[in-house]
Ligand binder design. Structure first.
Ligand SMILES: C[S@@+](CC[C@H](N)C(=O)[O-])C[C@H]1O[C@@H](n2cnc3c(N)ncnc32)[C@H](O)[C@@H]1O
Length: 432
């Protein structure tokens, strides 16, 4: 095991890797955990801090600039992130202030930057004496292009969306009907002291009052439940699955929705799970293994010639959980704000159109295809569908309703901050 640094030093290194070097937050945290095996308290603290710094980066960066006489040199950027870790604790956490400052200053030595102790100590103590204000900290913590896209798409909801993007989201779980009813599982949670309520918007959903480690959830290792946002749970309902159906989940990994569909199929029918990424297919295998579910899964490109044994008469149902910008799930993945570039959207739009075009050919007459994304941008959602239906004369758009979603001309949209769930788009198409 590698020699462990203090939690502030680890947090600064992870933020530096994620924000400056483009690493995924999940990947950087997973490496930290597997390399250093932190105790649950330290792991929880580092997770809280790195998510927090990614969420509030714009605000914290602006605070730092008020106390630094000159910007920190590029080769010492880890110290810049250590300062942000310090400001995050002082502004957003209940950590005792003297411990926050002392531990953050102590991290300089651990990062082999003893020279920075005076600088970090001076900035944090000046802040304590004279705390800087940041006007509109939530907006400051979204890149300008993203603020503009959100305002353009949802002028009446833009502030609510940005606000939700910067909050800690609730922990939502999906009960596996194969083992327990939702009411039974709620009772089991109560028995182990986990406060929770049924999710009013998803038949299988439960929302916990407070996030907990999954190992504390009854039967988690046995597959009794999964962690999944309410919005993602809506897919299985909207897809209108019947026992015995042949279903294609065309962008399936890591398998959250594949598993939900299989739980609904209840060992009837057949599910083909396809994904282009071999590594992500392995995550899908692990999801299904834990839940004790079986699908035929294939590594393949669903936007070009079919490389798996698709039924000759087509599928009854196809789920296209399309690759997208992820701009609807920023509250769960705040690193998206740092990694996504406006120029990514056009390439994603091309992949989405190619997937729709290719997969439509695999649908049975009367079959249904659900196109969905975890994005709130019209170009990935309703505009994509408009362009697709303009080329087809053998489809109808199914009239799908949900009490907690916006009904668009074509499809449904959920928005963080408006519907108390992640931002997803769904459009169910039927072949005539
Ligand atoms: C939004 S994620 C799917 C999440 C998954 N449905 C779930 O619920 O866990 C999109 C997936 O599409 C896959 N993908 C991207 N392009 C693809 C393609 N051309 N063919 C098949 N899969 C593709 C990505 O590897 C990624 O795993």
């Amino acid at each position: 095991m590698a020699k462990s640094l203090n939690t502030r030093a680890h947090s600064a290194k992870i933020c530096w890797q994620v924000i400056d070097q483009g690493r995924s937050l999940d990947g950087a945290l997973a490496d930290y955990v597997s390399q250093y095996r932190p105790n649950p308290k330290d792991k929880g603290f580092v997770q809280e801090v790195v998510y927090g710094v990614c969420r509030w980066y714009g605000e914290l960066d602006s605070v730092a600039s008020k106390y630094l006489k000159t910007p920190i040199r590029k080769k010492d950027r880890v110290i810049h992130f250590l300062l942000l870790v310090g400001f995050y604790q002082l502004r957003h956490l209940q950590t005792a202030k003297h411990a926050a400052v002392a531990e953050t200053v102590g991290a300089c030595k651990q990062l082999n930057k003893i020279w920075a102790k005076k600088l970090v100590n001076g900035c944090l103590r000046n802040y304590q004496r004279n705390p800087a204000e940041v006007a509109d900290a939530t907006s400051a913590s979204h890149p300008k292009w993203l603020r503009e896209e959100i305002s353009k798409a949802w002028p009446n909801h833009a502030l609510a969306i940005q606000h939700a993007n910067n909050q800690r989201p609730p922990m939502c779980i999906r009960v596996n009907r194969g083992f327990n009813t939702r009411d039974d599982y709620l009772n089991q949670l109560k028995d182990v002291g986990i406060a929770a309520n049924s999710d009013p918007y998803s038949q299988d959903g439960i929302i916990l009052d407070k996030a907990v480690n999954v190992s504390l959830l009854p039967g988690f290792d046995l597959g009794w439940c999964s962690v999944q946002d309410t919005a993602a749970q809506l897919a299985a309902d909207i897809l209108d699955i019947r026992h015995g159906h042949h279903i294609l989940d065309a962008c399936a990994a890591p398998g959250g929705k594949t598993a939900h569909i299989l739980e609904r199929l209840d060992n009837t029918g057949l599910l083909h799970a396809v994904d282009i990424s071999e590594a992500r297919c392995q995550q899908l295998d692990e999801t299904l293994r834990r839940l004790n579910l079986k699908a035929e899964r294939f590594v393949g490109d669903a936007s070009s010639e079919v490389s798996w044994p698709a039924p000759e008469d087509g599928y009854d149902r196809i789920l296209v959980d399309s690759p997208c910008s992820g701009l609807g799930v920023i509250r769960r993945h705040p690193d998206i704000k740092h990694h996504r570039r406006p120029s990514d959207i056009a390439a994603l739009n091309r992949s989405q159109a190619a997937l729709l075009e290719n997969l439509w050919g695999l649908l049975k007459p009367q079959g249904k295809l659900l196109y969905m994304t975890c994005s709130i941008l019209p170009s990935e959602n309703e505009n994509q569908i408009e362009q697709f239906i303009a080329k087809k004369n053998n489809l109808i758009i199914c009239d799908v309703k949900h009490p907690n979603a916006l009904e668009l001309k074509h499809g449904l949209q959920t928005l963080p901050g408006v519907h108390n769930m992640d931002g997803f788009y769904y459009c169910l198409l039927q072949k005539c």
